[in-house]
Ligand binder design. Structure first.
Ligand code: SAM
Length: 200
């Protein structure tokens, strides 16, 4: 798995963005902010060899769905070996997400996309797409190897927090954001009773 990852990094550094898959520590730091028992619809961007994907699936309730967006053909082949009916693999760019997912339908977005390799304009476009698909109060978790593009993320999600996970090669910054741009009370049709991400 590590060999395959490194090989893909050599072939396309900008898109792959890392020499090795995320460590178990970074994976746990990415998934810890989410109350997994109440999520129904999760999106993962840039799944790579599936390290985080497997961990999402191990936490995901029966009947929930994980939609993965990945563009690297080698990684797509690896992801296709995951035999889980909850997993829907989209062999397309994360930037297409607002075409594929209904508005305000997603509880959580988990992203390993190397944002620093994309322009500010591209990052802002992605943030717009994420805020379109996330439910009110839905969560967006992103890792980066440097605290860059944080301002672009905070432009869309002003309450974004950042912490550093040192037990990864290289150490990584974890951004945690919530979609507060659409206000909805608990009785709103946009806020299903199953969504209790606040209860942490
Ligand atoms: C830093 S790696 C993270 C891989 C994995 N999530 C992990 O934590 O080990 C970034 C991943 O983003 C994918 N990627 C890059 N651009 C993408 C895009 N536009 N849409 C979807 N995935 C993309 C790359 O192919 C690569 O798998």
């Amino acid at each position: 798995m590590r060999k395959k990852f490194f090989h893909q990094f050599i072939r396309d550094r900008k898109t792959v963005g890392s020499v090795t898959p995320s460590s178990q520590y970074l994976t746990s730091a990415m998934l810890a902010p989410v109350n997994w028992s109440s999520v129904q619809n999760v999106v993962e961007f840039g799944a790579g060899t599936g390290v985080i994907t497997h961990n999402i699936l191990s936490r995901l309730p029966v009947g929930a769905r994980l939609s993965v967006y990945e563009i690297n053909p080698e990684f797509i082949q690896e992801l296709k070996t995951i035999d889980d009916p909850r997993l829907v693999l989209h062999e397309r760019s994360a930037w297409d997400v607002a075409i594929m997912q209904p508005a305000y339908s997603v509880d959580v977005v988990i992203s390993g996309l190397p944002l620093t390799h994309f322009s500010h304009v591209q990052t802002r476009d992605l943030m717009r797409a994420i805020s379109q698909i996330l439910r009110p109060n839905g969560m967006y978790v992103q890792f980066q190897y440097a605290p860059l593009r944080l301002n672009d993320v905070r432009e869309a999600f002003p309450n974004t927090t950042m912490h550093i996970e040192l037990r990864n090669i290289p150490p990584a910054c974890v951004y945690v954001a919530r979609n507060t741009s659409v206000s909805a009370g608990e009785d709103s049709p946009l806020m299903p009773k199953t969504l209790k991400l606040d209860a942490q």
